[in-house]
Write a protein that binds this ligand. Structure first.
Ligand code: LLP
Length: 414
């Protein structure tokens, strides 16, 4: 969390105190660090040294237009999973020819939009989807570049909800079917196999599953070559974990180096799709304590952010460190940090030792990825504001939603 640090017991984002941000923009508020995003992206970029590669940032991790624009200006490509994400990439100045389109359920309309702007590749997840794309591209008089997403059946050792490369998961096609589907792709008139794709899961904290998956993909590349199907790029997906608590994931550099080593025998371009590891530790959720409730068996700190703002603790029992914005004297007690939403699962942290008073500000750390992008309006709560800090400047990059906006699409039918 280098971008978020204490100075005289006050927590700062780069050179700006979080207390000042809360004062100016209110809470709950997502705060991102320009320097941290830039450093994370560049750490990936530099680790490739001379190797032919493309980083396709996974838009789903954080799809704010300013963040996409920042990454586009750094040279990043994008991994999208919907027409909405394509729209955001284009609007933010991203290059469609550096954009790969993933996801198990692309609609024909989404395919058409992506073909229109010539995305780099469609990552195809089933035979039926391949046939649909062939059809849509044919109607448009185009040939769609495709990879087949292979399910390499490796255990990513991560939370079952974010593990994607096991044979029981819905993602990709079994390696055993791959050759047949690639031959089909080769023979269809309006698709062209150009790549191989996999993604085995998210928040991985060891290298071995990535290495195992890469080996299986390279095996398959060799088998395809003997069928005269030449692969121009290998997309190994995203998934590198970050530190939330005590995890010690490999560094971005070690991760890229390990992939490059495995791929030394092929000249295919290497694509990766990191999301969390680019933005996760570059953001925090700033929230204010409203009430304290000290009960015989448990203490609650009721804050103004909730599961609708940050779903990860409720959905995955995910741990996010929670830090005081201003450290002060007082008795430390053990609190459950909860939001105002009417669900028992609405908590941001359990068993946290903190010295708290009403109106204190807290920072929910490592919230830059899958925070705002998974937020909702549950309980008719307007979504939080988002700000970007760059040195000593703070800019609003998404305004807090208004109640009127929440109702804007509804009609009262009498
Ligand atoms: N590529 C594909 C095809 C993906 O499905 C994903 C994430 C990524 C790349 C980026 O993975 P990352 O580098 O961020 O691990 N909501 C969950 C995470 C879901 C990840 C879904 N796919 C969470 O909050 O932990």
């Amino acid at each position: 969390w280098a971008a978020f640090h204490y100075h005289d017991d006050r927590l700062f984002a780069e050179s700006v105190s979080l207390a000042a941000i809360a004062e100016q923009f209110g809470t709950p508020c997502y705060v991102y660090s320009h320097a941290a995003i830039t450093a994370a992206y560049q750490a990936f970029e530099q680790a490739f040294s001379g190797r032919e590669h493309l980083i396709c940032y996974a838009v789903k991790a954080n799809s704010n237009l300013t963040i996409l624009n920042l990454l586009a200006r750094l040279g990043s490509g994008f991994d999208i999973v919907s027409g909405g994400e394509l729209h955001r990439v284009l609007k933010a100045g991203g290059d469609p020819r550096k954009t790969v389109f993933s996801g198990v359920g692309k609609t024909r309309e989404e395919m058409r939009d992506a073909l229109e702007v010539n995305v780099l590749c469609f990552n195809i997840e089933s035979e039926m989807e391949l046939l649909a794309l062939n059809d849509v591209a044919g109607e448009m008089g185009k040939v769609a570049p495709v990879s087949i997403r292979i399910n390499p059946d490796v255990d990513a050792n991560t939370h079952p909800y974010i593990s994607t490369g096991l044979k029981e998961n819905k993602f990709g096609v079994p390696a055993a079917d791959a050759e047949r589907i690639y031959q089909l792709a080769r023979d269809l008139p309006s698709v062209r196999p150009v790549g191989l794709d996999c993604h085995i899961g998210s928040q991985l904290t060891e290298l071995s599953p990535f290495i195992e998956a890469t080996r299986r993909i390279l095996d398959l590349q060799a088998r395809l070559q003997s069928l005269h199907i030449t692969i121009e790029h290998i997309d190994l997906g995203g998934g590198l974990g970050i530190r939330y608590d005590v995890e010690s994931p490999p560094s971005r550099q070690d991760y890229v180096k390990a992939l490059c080593t495995e791929m030394a025998s092929t000249s295919a371009r290497l694509i990766i799709e990191p999301g969390r590891s680019v933005v996760g530790n570059a953001g925090i959720l700033l929230t204010r304590v409203q009430y304290l409730k000290h009960l015989p068996h448990r203490n609650f700190a009721i804050v103004d952010a909730a599961m609708n703002d940050l779903l990860r603790p409720a959905l995955y029992q995910a741990y996010h460190a929670i830090q005081p914005v201003v450290k002060h004297e007082g008795e430390t007690q053990i609190y459950q940090i909860v939001g105002p939403v009417c669900e028992t699962g609405d908590f941001l942290g359990n068993e946290r030792a903190l010295a708290l008073a009403s109106n204190d500000l807290l920072a929910v750390m490592s919230s830059g990825a899958y925070g705002m992008s998974m937020s909702s309006n549950y309980n008719s709560r307007p979504r939080a504001a988002e700000v970007l800090v760059d040195g000593d400047s703070v800019r609003l990059i998404r305004a807090r939603e208004s109640i009127d906006e929440l109702c804007a699409l509804e009609n009262i039918i009498v």
